[in-house]
Write a protein that binds this ligand. Structure first.
Ligand SMILES: O=C(CO)[C@@H](O)[C@H](O)COP(=O)(O)O
Ligand SMILES: [Fe+2]
Length: 223
């Protein structure tokens, strides 16, 4: 079983003080930084790009940066994120004409590769590429915004993908993203997730260490 990872989504951080927000959330026990990239094309919102990733590295952030690309097309931005210090790069299959090629591109750029399944994307999209991945990211909201409610059908999907990963025998992470809170994370962990993105639940809380601590305790109890 892979270690538990809590990855705060900086989409809900105060962008006017981003470096300090990231320092604070890592000091509070977060394991990764989840970095949501939106292009106002694949999703109806516009956020941050490679320059902000590079700025966080220059600021001194050494934790893994988990880049979630919600952009179309995907390939031309991958080398820029690799150069900017991304650790993992995940993308949506609907946004890539050649999914296998994009996975190879991410890995040859020196990053780990993840594939993201929207709530309505069938798990069969993982057939033929699962073993080439470092991570599968299941969306439990429709991509584009923080602060939405967890879609319950994601639990059944987590169980199905957990089985696929276990059958593969590979150390592939299973990440969940959207509507994750301290009071629903135990059920999400029991369904098979090991890597948990949480934006509003962490950044809207007054005490980051308290909420991350409660999330980790709930996951430990469930796993
Ligand atoms: O990728 C996305 C949204 O598209 C997420 O990473 C959200 O930013 C998660 O925010 P919360 O649902 O936890 O508030
Ligand atoms: Fe995300």
């Amino acid at each position: 079983m892979l270690s538990t990872v809590i990855a705060p989504s900086i989409l809900s951080a105060n962008f006017a003080r981003l470096g300090e927000e990231v320092d604070n959330v890592l000091a509070a026990g977060a394991d990764w930084v989840h970095f949501d990239v939106m292009d106002n094309h694949y999703v109806p919102n516009l956020t941050i790009g490679p320059m902000v990733c590079e700025a966080l590295r220059k600021h001194g952030v050494t934790a893994p940066i988990d880049v979630h690309l919600m952009v179309e097309p995907v390939d031309r931005i991958v080398p820029d994120f690799a150069k900017a210090g991304a650790t993992l790069i995940s993308f949506h299959p609907e946004a890539s004409a050649h999914v296998h090629r994009t996975i190879q591109l991410i890995r040859s750029s020196g990053c780990q590769a993840g594939l993201v399944l929207n709530p309505a994307t069938p798990v069969e999209v993982l057939d033929y590429v699962l073993e080439d991945l470092d991570l599968v990211l299941l969306m439990s909201v429709n991509p584009g915004f923080g602060g939405q409610s967890f879609i319950p059908s994601a639990l059944d999907k987590l169980r199905r993908v957990r089985e696929m990963i276990d059958r593969s025998g590979k150390p592939i992470r299973l990440e969940i993203d959207g509507g994750v809170k301290a009071d629903n994370i135990a059920g999400i962990a029991a369904a098979g997730a090991d890597t948990f993105v949480a934006g509003s639940a962490i950044f809207n809380a007054p005490d980051y260490a308290d909420v991350i601590g409660r999330m980790k305790a709930a996951v430990a109890g469930a796993r």
